[in-house]
Write a protein that binds this ligand. Structure first.
Ligand SMILES: C[S@@+](CC[C@H](N)C(=O)[O-])C[C@H]1O[C@@H](n2cnc3c(N)ncnc32)[C@H](O)[C@@H]1O
Length: 227
């Protein structure tokens, strides 16, 4: 998990009290664990996939992280019970972005921000992965745009407060990169649909890059803040 996000979140996460931070589509819980640790926060990790929840449970998350079944459109928590919501690379998975915005308006206390970590169409210029796999970029260009996301959240009563780029500067470990990409090929929504020969061509390009000792530049993703 990237330290740059710690600095970015420190600026926008409301100061600590007992209300939890909601991690929507928490996956295996890496961000829940980071937020709980960085900010001494309680976190409720909502995740619809039983397989993901099983993986998260196997990782011994901090005791302040509660893992629950649910989805962005149906959060099993009381009205005005959370101090902020975090959605990391999740909004393109949502069946209904507007319904999620309405649900987050319900569970967040007044002024509680929605913090979205994502890549957005037209803003994919700092994602090295997409330079190797142009087909992955084409998939990501179909994700919700900033404007669509803003419209969905505005309809639920939120205001766009900030859009900023966060650079994940920690270098990619070249010795594990190819294995990581093979694993991502099975689960990452921008890679799963690529034809075998297209994926192989991208992987060969990555291998050539690594063999030449060329560093992979940092990835830049966006932080979108609504409150
Ligand atoms: C790319 S993963 C991101 C996981 C985690 N947030 C992270 O950044 O490591 C997307 C996650 O969204 C979950 N998801 C899919 N549909 C969802 C929905 N309607 N509401 C909430 N999460 C959903 C998936 O099960 C998956 O765990």
């Amino acid at each position: 998990v990237y330290d740059e996000w710690r600095a970015a979140l420190a600026e926008v996460l409301p100061a600590g009290d007992d209300e939890p931070v909601l991690d929507v589509g928490a996956g295996t819980g890496i961000w829940s664990a980071a937020i709980a640790t960085w900010f001494a926060a309680r976190v409720v990790a909502v995740e619809p996939s039983a397989a993901m929840r099983t993986q998260a449970r196997s990782k011994e998350l901090p005791a302040t992280v509660a893992l629950v079944a649910g989805a962005g459109e149906a959060v099993p928590l009381r009205t005005a019970s959370c101090r902020a919501a975090w959605l990391s690379t999740v909004i393109h998975h949502l069946a209904d972005l507007r319904a999620c915005a309405v649900e987050l308006r319900r569970v967040l206390r007044t002024g509680g921000p929605v913090l979205i970590r994502s890549s957005f169409p037209g803003r994919q210029d700092e994602i090295p992965l997409f330079d190797f796999f142009p087909g992955a970029r084409r998939v990501a260009e179909t994700f919700p745009t900033v404007e669509q996301t803003e419209r969905a959240f505005a309809a639920a009563g939120f205001t766009l407060e900030d859009l900023r780029r966060v650079h994940e500067a920690r270098g990619v470990d070249p010795s594990t990169l190819v294995d990581r990409l093979r694993a991502m090929r099975r689960s990452d929504s921008t890679l799963v649909g690529l034809a075998d020969d297209e994926f192989a061509a991208g992987l060969a390009e990555v291998e050539r890059f690594v063999a030449e000792g060329r560093p992979i530049p940092p990835t830049g993703l966006d932080l979108l803040v609504f409150d």
